[in-house]
Design a protein around this ligand. Structure first.
Ligand code: ARG
Length: 468
């Protein structure tokens, strides 16, 4: 019978409309492993504190094994009253073990259960996603190591600014991704609190041990405050934010790849396996993955703002509004996973057209700042040097003579300064710490590789295997 969890209090069953709106089983069933792990820890604790006999505990554990296998193998038969994953598991356990099963929900509520399941699901997901970001960073590092001193224009306002080495440009994206990984670790640390034992909101009069279930499920500690334990969804909001910002980073990479793959830029060629064609125009090769990386960011940000709006103004403690946490969470994690995998493949198989990059980067005007710095080296204040070079650029653009000739003929610049306009010369000059020459990038490559190794180590240590 529908609604059997609370049938004692109700004379009639729920309406169809209520069930259709209220049921979360269609989407929260994907947390079945977390739900069952939580139940295993809970019944083990109940037996240890004397609320279950060992025989009752073992009967429930055996039933949980059956339910887990049914769910894993797609054999689980849902009934109308399976409102959510917690209800479904308890209903089936009680069918298999009628007497002991009636005790599984002792000193427990779906409110602490759902908080536990979502935390555990998010924990596993963040660890996985961090690994995927690190894999993508490895691809970026590998390119940065192998492109040598290839250089391209650096842009501000999407106008050619100063040329930079390609490895420098690639590593810039790599560092942004490092901050994404670090945000995942931060979130994992705050998430590392078990809410099990908070009950519906206020704990229990029974002698339960939340620290025991916390340890069994691989959490660093149990909750401090039962009201907070069932109300807190910060980890969902944080995950929606960190996937949004990661998505924004991927969208910026995507946007550059779209530009770079255009005929006008021609800075990269895409591998056939990671590009698409046109149904009508035979010549087309489209960067759909990069465009979707750009487009999916909107959806990720939408999930974040939607969920923050859901949480805003909710009174303590659990409110059914909070059931709206799971769909955006699952969607954002699935979306960022697919995007990371596809974009990683696209970047891994890309060909950098370094001649086309150099042809643009060696545009003499890109060396204007280096010419001004040449004058600074001989003692001229930078503001005056800026004026001198600016005037030469204006005269060259007006058609008086090529910039190189004007520079060579200028009394304070001359042939040594004109040599800065040779292909690749100006970028090689920029050797200040963290700058864009290939030489300045050498220590950056090793710093980035060290960072990746550190993050891999942290990830290994963060992986938790619940003991149940
Ligand atoms: N399906 C619910 C959710 O996802 C579980 C908690 C329900 N608790 C309750 N008291 N109705 O949030």
């Amino acid at each position: 019978m529908a609604g059997e969890l609370w049938e004692g209090r109700f004379a009639g069953g729920p309406s169809e409309a209520l069930q259709a709106l209220n049921d979360s089983f269609p989407f929260d069933r994907r947390m079945f492993r977390q739900d069952i792990a939580g139940s295993r820890a809970h019944v083990a604790m109940l037996a240890d504190v004397g609320l279950l006999t060992d025989a009752e505990r073992d009967e429930i554990l055996a039933a949980l094994d059956v339910v887990e296998a049914e769910m894993a193998e797609g054999r689980f038969e849902a009934v109308a009253s399976d409102e959510d994953i917690h209800t479904a598991v308890e209903r089936r356990v009680t069918e298999i073990a009628p007497d002991a099963g009636g005790k599984i929900h002792t000193a427990r509520s779906r409110n602490d259960q759902v908080a536990l399941d979502v935390r555990m699901w998010t924990r596993a997901e963040l660890l996985d996603l961090a690994g995927l970001v690190l894999d993508f960073q490895d691809i970026v590092l590998n390119h940065a190591r192998t492109v040598g001193d290839a250089h391209l224009p650096g842009y501000t306002h999407l106008q050619q600014a100063q040329s930079v080495s390609l490895s420098h440009h690639l590593l810039a994206h790599g560092w942004a991704l490092s901050r994404d990984v670090s945000r995942m670790f931060d979130c994992l640390e705050r998430l590392d609190v078990s809410p099990l034992g908070a009950g519906a909101l206020a704990g229990s009069s029974l002698p339960i041990e939340p620290s025991q279930t916390a340890a069994a499920l691989g959490f660093a500690r149990p909750f401090d405050n039962s009201l907070d334990a069932v109300s807190d969804r910060d980890y969902v909001a944080e995950t929606l934010f960190l996937t949004s910002l990661l998505g924004v980073h991927l969208s910026r990479i995507g946007e550059e790849l779209i530009l770079w793959a255009s005929t006008e830029f021609g800075f990269v060629s895409l591998d056939d396996a990671f590009s698409t064609g046109s149904s009508m125009m035979p010549q087309k090769k489209n960067p759909d993955i990069a465009e979707l990386a750009r487009g999916k960011a909107g959806r990720l940000v939408g999930n974040l703002t939607g969920f923050l709006t859901t949480l805003k103004g909710l009174p303590l403690t659990y409110n059914k509004d909070m059931q709206e946490d799971k769909e955006p969470l699952f969607d954002s994690c699935d979306t960022i996973r697919l995007t990371l995998l596809a974009l990683s493949g696209m970047v891994e198989t890309i060909t950098f057209e370094t001649d086309a990059m150099a042809a643009q980067a060696d545009n003499p005007y890109s060396a204007a700042t280096d010419l001004a710095e040449f004058l600074v080296r001989s003692g001229m204040p930078f503001r005056s040097a800026h004026g001198v070079v600016g005037e030469l650029v204006r005269r060259a653009l007006a058609g008086e003579a090529p910039l190189t000739e004007l520079v060579a003929a200028h009394p304070e610049l001359g042939p040594d300064a004109a040599a800065l306009l040779e292909p690749g010369a100006s970028v090689a000059q920029r050797t200040s710490p963290g700058a864009g020459s290939a030489a300045a990038v050498v220590p950056q490559l090793s710093a980035f590789a060290d960072r990746l190794a550190t993050d891999r180590g942290l990830l290994e240590r963060a992986r938790v295997e619940p003991t149940l």
